[in-house]
Write a protein that binds this ligand. Structure first.
Ligand code: ATP
Length: 233
């Protein structure tokens, strides 16, 4: 059964029409990737789902209920957590404070301590301020902050951007651990290898329209798609 359904959404920034009828359907427990070039509309799709840039028309349904017109906090409280592309770690709060803040907003959070087990590299950094963390450390905090909320649906917007390969490997393992616990994941990526390793199914977006959907194997076999829409090949 579909847990998250995006139906024909049209999203704008002011007068700029960015999403032209995007539809996605994600089943409970699936890992689905949304792929596309720079500026294709991946972030805008994520922002539409979490209520940060609500669509002007179309609908978004989560667990059978319409969430299109809810506020970001209401959507988050329903069990959807976003790891934003720009991380948004609070610079003047410590790692621990960033995690506690997210924890306190969730209806059924995990203990904050569990996050240090999942991300051992964060343990010695508990009292470091966000602004003193490296890009990789900030990304770990951004992911931990989403996971501490025990989301039903984890939305990750280009999580590997700017990360060293060894950190990408750690992140892949962490996402696998979480997926084993039945979290549903929607992942946008320009790093197609990371997405192909984790996802079963994918959508390709280009200039605000879905141009292909299929299994990851189907996408991998299509050199034309990889070349035209994903700058691979
Ligand atoms: P990226 O990999 O660069 O994040 P993306 O696929 O996530 O790409 P979006 O960020 O969703 O793409 O951008 C889609 C389009 O919307 C682009 O043409 C972009 O220039 C435009 N856009 C994004 N944010 C804004 C904004 N705040 N105001 C106006 N236009 C915007």
């Amino acid at each position: 059964m579909s847990v998250l359904t995006v139906e024909d959404i049209q999203t704008y920034y002011g007068n700029s029409h960015v999403l032209h009828g995007v539809s996605l359907e994600i089943e409970a427990g699936e890992v689905v990737t949304l792929l596309g070039r720079n500026g294709a509309g991946k972030t805008t799709t994520m922002r539409s789902i979490v209520g940060a840039t609500p669509p002007r028309s179309g609908s978004i349904t989560y667990a059978g209920e319409e969430i299109t017109d809810l506020t970001p906090d209401e959507i988050n409280a329903r069990g959807l957590s976003l790891v934003p592309e720009d991380r948004r770690v609070f610079p003047t709060l410590s790692v621990q404070e960033n995690l506690v803040l997210a924890h306190n907003l969730a209806r059924d959070p995990r203990p904050v301590e569990e996050m240090y087990e999942l991300f051992p590299a964060l343990d010695p950094l508990r009292s470091n301020n966000g602004r003193n963390l490296s890009g990789g450390e900030q990304q770990m905090v951004a992911v931990a902050r989403a996971l501490v909320q025990r989301p039903d649906v984890l939305l990750m917007d280009e999580p590997t951007e700017g990360l060293a390969p060894v950190i990408v490997d750690d992140l892949r393992e962490i996402v696998r651990t979480v997926v084993d616990e039945d979290v549903t994941v929607l992942l946008t990526e320009q790093n197609v290898d990371f997405a192909f390793d984790l996802a079963e199914r994918g959508y390709i977006i280009d200039t605000g329209e879905i141009v292909f959907d299929g299994t990851v194997e189907e996408i991998q076999e299509r050199d034309d798609l990889l070349e035209t829409y994903l700058s691979v090949g």
